[in-house]
Design a protein around this ligand. Sequence first.
Ligand SMILES: NC(=O)c1ccc[n+]([C@@H]2O[C@H](COP(=O)([O-])OP(=O)(O)OC[C@H]3O[C@@H](n4cnc5c(N)ncnc54)[C@H](OP(=O)(O)O)[C@@H]3O)[C@@H](O)[C@H]2O)c1
Length: 175
Amino acid sequence: VVAVGSDMGDKLAVGDRVCGAALGMNKYNKEAGAFATHVLTEGDVFLRLPDSMSTVQGASLPAGLCTMGLALRKLGLPTPEQPADKPFKVLVYGGSTASGTLVMQLLRLSVHTLKFPSSLRATDVPDRSNLIPIATCSPRNFDLVTDYGAEIAFDYRTPTCAEDIVSVSSLLSHA
Ligand SMILES: NC(=O)c1ccc[n+]([C@@H]2O[C@H](COP(=O)([O-])OP(=O)(O)OC[C@H]3O[C@@H](n4cnc5c(N)ncnc54)[C@H](OP(=O)(O)O)[C@@H]3O)[C@@H](O)[C@H]2O)c1
């Protein structure tokens, strides 16, 4: 960050390393664009990178986060700020993918054991969204997906995969 607007308060400061989302270009708004040495953008769509995360790791995060956030919003799922009244399950088909591991962390947002940047504290999140991810992946990734929040994992190559999911997932509401 080389300059900060007056509205940002102490959210960001000059010298911070950040990652975030900016439109590549917008011919109707010449000030918006990302293909430049310096980018002018909305501060609240940027995250301060923790020391533990490299700039390259940070650069890989926003596209996935935005995609997964949009998917959750489009599905109309409860949020940590407005959690569901009771727990229900969400099937993440492809739990071991980059996208799957991200979305499971979003679903489990306030569970402190998960792999969020150290700068995000459990107390920053008011409540759980009450959404429990279950996942499909290859057996070699069963441990990985449970690490990222899946309650249970299913091998998508087995012929009985769909029945197996249904048999243990009476509360399944979204996929
Ligand atoms: N990454 C992003 O930021 C991002 C953003 C927007 C959209 N997308 C889209 O999301 C999709 C996934 O991308 P990704 O980057 O998240 O994937 P990825 O990390 O490259 O995922 C690879 C894994 O997908 C699983 N897989 C491969 N073929 C499969 C199949 N036929 N059925 C079920 N699982 C299969 C395998 O998991 P196992 O080894 O466990 O079998 C494989 O290791 C793509 O269509 C991509 O364009 C990604």
